[in-house]
Design a protein around this ligand. Structure first.
Ligand code: MG
Length: 214
């Protein structure tokens, strides 16, 4: 199966299907500055992060990304971008290909919180996939967190985050209103990272509480 061209299910919300970025804005609501060429969404360095106009609570996300080849660059300067779930929790995008034991700043990490379980990275200039199952924080009426965010991430079909519970937002989060829905936000970290085929499925917060079907 070609996971790279995963077909969205019928109930998916297409966030970037290859045409334009009309469904995206900058952090402050201005038109997104990234460019679309040949169906691919390109970071335009220093135009800023972009975020979807769609807001999410619990959701499934699929996207595809490609890091540039920067052989001279090291560490956080090597093909950096990021996928911020609800605009608050960054899954790192970086060229970490070939690292034996990736750390909490490497590709597939929940930035500075959880390193990926394994290094699932493809080489730079190859397309890669993230598939994410995201369960939002549960917050009571007083605004305190009753159940933290939980998420599972697959990179190129391999599980790299297994139902981790996040202690809070990651650096550069859009806000800390963790009980509120949030957008998908993609990071401009100054590098020529590309994205394509971005879609999500809104998930109900829970199933029926009855045994018999209704
Ligand atoms: Mg990043």
């Amino acid at each position: 199966m070609d996971t790279y061209q995963a077909t969205p299910p019928s109930n998916a919300v297409m966030l970037f299907g290859g045409k334009d970025v009309s469904d995206w804005t900058t952090r402050d609501g201005q038109p997104a500055g990234w460019k679309v060429e040949d169906g691919i969404l390109h970071v335009v360095p220093r135009t800023g992060d972009i975020m979807s106009t769609e807001r999410f609570t619990d959701f499934f996300l699929h996207l595809e990304f490609r890091c540039p080849d920067m052989p001279e660059a090291v560490g956080q300067a090597k093909g950096n971008s990021g996928v911020f779930l609800q605009g608050r929790y960054e899954i790192q995008v970086l060229d970490s290909y070939g690292l034996d034991i990736p750390g909490k700043g490497d590709c597939g990490a929940i930035y500075d919180q959880f390193a990926p379980l394994v290094n699932a990275c493809n080489p730079p200039m190859e397309w890669q996939t993230y598939d994410v199952i995201f369960r939002a924080a549960r917050v009571n009426d007083a605004g305190s967190v009753q159940e933290p965010v939980r998420l599972t991430v697959l990179q190129n079909g391999l599980v790299i985050q297994n139902n981790v519970q996040l202690p809070g937002v990651t650096g550069a989060a859009l806000d800390e209103q963790v009980g509120e829905p949030g957008p998908l936000l993609l990071q401009d970290h100054g590098d020529l990272v590309c994205y394509r085929n971005i879609w999500a499925v809104h998930l109900p917060l829970e199933g029926s509480d009855t045994y018999e079907p209704r």
